[in-house]
Design a protein around this ligand. Structure first.
Ligand SMILES: [Zn+2]
Length: 314
């Protein structure tokens, strides 16, 4: 009997991506997400006894996530609700996983991020741009601080960042793909993990989620090359030049908590926060990052993770 498997329909958990990143325009969720699509038929034909089997396995601590279409076919309505409630109840008991991710480094702000992670003792994931590491000796130094910090894992965010012309960049998927390969080699990155500039695209294991714009072909090429491509659930925005929040620490913390509590993230109990290195140039902003981490650390069931370990399953 399969004891640990997950089946998702993204519309069940959420299609809401509340903020956009990297100069992107609107973020539109599409494309269903299917994790290990086994046993679907048995659920579609669910009988009360089958339902009870599923609930039994939940009681044993095994999580089972049927697709929403299947849940909706379970009769009567009360049984359907019971299954959903049981799943959510089990999720609430499990550890939660926080992924602090920073894009576009090395930049002004990278050194502070590196220091804050060390001071707070939490893991962070940085998605780096190849050409930034060569722009000055100082940025090269920041790159090496990241690479040498055991609390930081460095990943690929392309060499050129598409020169901020995303539509054109992804229209030539081969060139875009090679831009990532160049960054991978020049930054000497150990992990095959990437985030596409200007796009909230996910492609890892059997999961594929696009955002309605081009870039999917580049992501597929990276995935075929062995990369996991990750987007984000929640973005925090802050003006790096002034240190002013366009979005307070409290709002960001509440958004992350809501994504966990309401199962709104791409993967339940795992929430990915997007930030950018240049947000944290000034002490005023750096203090806010520290405050956000302190708020998250108040939860004993929240754990800080690297994106190379995403998603944490049970
Ligand atoms: Zn970026």
């Amino acid at each position: 009997m399969r004891s640990r498997f997950l089946i998702f329909n993204v519309t069940f958990w959420s299609t809401a991506l509340i903020f956009n990143a990297c100069n992107s325009t609107s973020s539109k969720a599409l494309s269903s997400v299917v994790y290990d699509p086994v046993d679907t038929d048995s659920i579609v034909l669910a009988t009360p006894s089958l339902l009870m089997d599923k609930l039994d396995s939940l009681k044993k601590g095994l999580l089972y996530f049927p697709p929403v279409d299947s849940i909706n076919k379970i009769e009567p309505k009360a049984a359907r609700k019971m299954l959903k409630d049981s799943i959510f109840l089990e999720l609430k008991k499990k550890p939660k996983h926080i992924y602090l991710t920073f894009d576009d480094g090395p930049l002004l702000g990278s050194q502070a991020i590196d220091s804050i992670m060390t001071a707070k003792g939490v893991k962070a994931s940085v998605f780096l741009i190849g050409k930034h590491a060569k722009m000055s000796k100082m940025l090269t130094k920041y790159l090496h601080r990241y690479l040498d910090n055991p609390l930081i894992e460095a990943y690929n965010h392309s060499y050129t960042h598409a020169n901020h012309r995303y539509q054109t960049f992804y229209a030539d998927a081969n060139t875009a793909f090679m831009d990532f390969i160049k960054a991978q080699e020049e930054l000497e990155l150990k992990h095959k993990v990437a985030r596409l500039p200007g796009r909230n695209i996910w492609m890892f294991d059997d999961v594929k989620r696009l955002d309605g714009r081009n870039g999917g072909t580049t992501a597929e090429m990276l995935h075929e090359e062995g990369f996991s491509v990750f987007g984000w659930d929640v973005e925090w925005r802050l003006n790096g030049k002034t240190g002013d929040s366009e979005q307070t620490v409290e709002l960001t913390y509440n958004a992350m908590k809501k994504f966990l509590d309401k199962n709104m993230s791409l993967y339940p109990n795992n929430v990915v926060l997007l930030m950018h290195d240049d947000m944290f140039q000034l002490p005023k902003a750096q203090m806010q990052l520290g405050a956000l981490i302190d708020s998250l650390k108040q939860h004993p069931d929240y754990n800080f993770e690297f994106m190379s370990d995403y998603p944490k399953k049970y």
